[in-house]
Design a protein around this ligand. Structure first.
Ligand SMILES: O=C(O)CCC(=O)C(=O)O
Length: 309
């Protein structure tokens, strides 16, 4: 009897989550966001207020303008070379152990990549000095995201993916889509292997202006090339063919994108940090999951959503 109850509860939970996901993949997500703000206005207002006090350097201002206008920006020259090196060493070591990590992967949602960061996350909280987290905590990035989202962000996740060739038809994020983790968010990407050509499956997108011309259903779907090219010119594609250690930021809620379309014999190691404005639009996200380290600045503490001790 207990087993049946358990099966029913799992089924109900999955069904509820699927309904919420479908709802938030439609324009109704703005209603969800409004309701979440009404439920916890202090979270939203406090983070808004703090963002107003952020002072940007001229370089940061330029990046925010590019994000506002086009939904993306190159940020390689903004980031600490030392931090990129630490991230790279940490991630390349994981790549060497990818088969072992793959065997312990938690969520096998996409067979064209292995989530190498799963072993960091597992059941535990991540510490702020974990290289995947400390890279996302760079204050210039947090200032930029705060100014762009008009809200001091939360680091919803950090992720390291190793994409591989499967020989199977394209699916999920290999097709064109927008992201719906939140109504306001931005992603920071770092290539940790060279992606100098189309073979290693570059992150590919249309800027926010072009993306507006792409039509989708009320509950949005991932779109194949032929459908997308019915709305926009192939020539407006932005293919991030860049050497390793290149860093860029994209508002993936505004820019249609896809990637990981690898050709045989290639692989791509990429780091992603997702910054979101709180409150979340899903009851299961926006949760505390980080352990602070001493001497963090205020923006960093907010980004980790840690309670001050
Ligand atoms: O694999 C890729 O380049 C696409 C990743 C993606 O769709 C995303 O991070 O939202």
């Amino acid at each position: 009897m207990n087993v049946i109850k358990k099966i029913i509860s799992v089924f109900q939970k999955n069904t509820t989550n699927r309904i919420i996901q479908a709802f938030n993949k439609s324009p109704m997500r703005f209603l969800t966001k409004t309701l979440s703000i009404c439920k916890s206005p202090h979270v939203y207002l406090k983070r808004n207020r703090l963002a107003k006090s952020v002072v940007l350097t001229p370089q940061e201002q330029e990046i925010v303008s590019s994000l506002n206008q086009y939904g993306y920006a190159e940020v390689t020259s903004l980031l600490s070379v030392e931090k990129v090196k630490v991230l790279s060493d940490y991630c390349l070591d994981k790549m060497q152990r990818s088969e072992e990590i793959k065997a312990r992967e938690i969520l096998k949602t996409k067979n064209f990549w292995t989530v190498l960061s799963d072993e960091d996350i597992a059941d535990k909280n991540l510490t702020a000095d974990n290289p995947l987290v400390s890279f996302a905590l760079q204050v210039p990035v947090l200032r930029i995201v705060s100014a762009y989202l008009k809200q001091v962000p939360f680091i919803e996740y950090v992720m390291l993916t190793l994409s591989k060739y499967t020989g199977e038809p394209l699916k999920s994020s290999q097709l064109w889509h927008l992201d719906y983790d939140n109504t306001s968010m931005v992603k920071l990407f770092v290539y940790l292997t060279d992606v100098n050509s189309v073979e290693p499956g570059p992150f590919t997108f249309f800027d926010a202006v072009t993306s507006k011309n792409i039509k989708n259903s009320f509950i949005t779907r991932h779109l194949p090339d032929n459908e997308v090219f019915g709305y926009v010119e192939k020539t407006s594609i932005r293919q991030m063919t860049r050497p390793k250690l290149s860093c860029f930021m994209v508002d993936t809620t505004r820019c249609y994108h896809m990637g990981s379309r690898l050709q045989e014999g290639h692989q791509r190691l990429m780091y992603t940090a997702l910054y979101t404005g709180l409150p979340p639009i899903y009851y299961w996200s926006g949760r505390e999951k980080y352990q602070p380290t001493p001497n963090l600045e205020s923006l960093q503490l907010w980004a980790l959503k840690v309670k001050p001790s």
